[in-house]
Design a protein around this ligand. Sequence first.
Ligand code: GLU
Length: 337
Amino acid sequence: MELDVDGVAERVSTGTLPGWDDVEALVQKAHERNAGVTSGTVADYIPALAAADPALFGVCVAEVDGATHGAGDVDHAFSIQSISKAFVYALVCDELGHELALERVGVNNTGLAFNSVMAIELNDGHPMNPMVNAGALATTALVPGQTSEARWAFIQDGLSRFAGRRLELDAAVYESETETNQRNQAIARLLQSYGRITADPAEVVDVYTRQCSLLVTARDLAVMGATLADGGVNPVTGERVVSAHVCRDTLSVMAASGLYERSGEWLFEIGMPGKSGVAGGLVAIAPGKAGIGTFSPPLDAAGNSVRGQRATAFLSRSLGLNLFSSDVHHPAEGQDR
Ligand code: GLU
């Protein structure tokens, strides 16, 4: 797409959150209103995930000034799974730049399942976007480093900087997924056959499986999201993790395809960029304001946490986070409309 934006200074306008007390009360309410919801099913296609307690439920908001508000099981650790895709994409964009990431990985929807092989075939081997497995594998293949250990270290360090603490691997989930990820191996090989990845496909899948097995909490997800909301600076540690442009690019992809095949519905109802994972995590971002992290293992048919979506929807409405909402302009006294 040819756009006339080169060298144009970017203005940003995002608004503010209500005061600390209001945010605190609304986070408690988001938890309270949804704690009794029991619909959804815990994922079992990765055997180690099937054992998760469906009653666990945490809601956390991290503001861009570093304040966090938590309710419920906000410090319970679970594997990040697909949510890693968004943050690894941000790290890779930061290395590669806007144009190259656009060309190599893409930003358009597939309309098909996250692990679709057909989507690759229908698009001449193009991985389409970084939130589906093909695009995520292509993104992981672009991580800098001579060896897979170096690439893994880049990812573990980078995601830890987003979270503001050292994130560790869940060895049981990693082993369980390694034994059952034949489909991801097939996708990586298919991308290799199209010349879309040049690194060893088995190594790429291994690093990707490790990134999915990193342990996070709802609080971590909120801080990771708040880093994307804060122009790339972690609001708790003060460390710059990625550039502000990379945040903008990452959030746009999350808005388009972060909630699997329900991404359009999510944007329509909730109006925020987000990303969910099969272990029950969900992160949503209000640019310039906050990150929301939730955890609740039961998922809907598309693979998104049921309570997580409900709690985020409540917070989007009550905190005024829907990017598409506006109010009627009321002119100041003596001023014409
Ligand atoms: N590690 C999982 C996979 O690649 C992630 C799936 C997900 O969270 O959607 O199959």
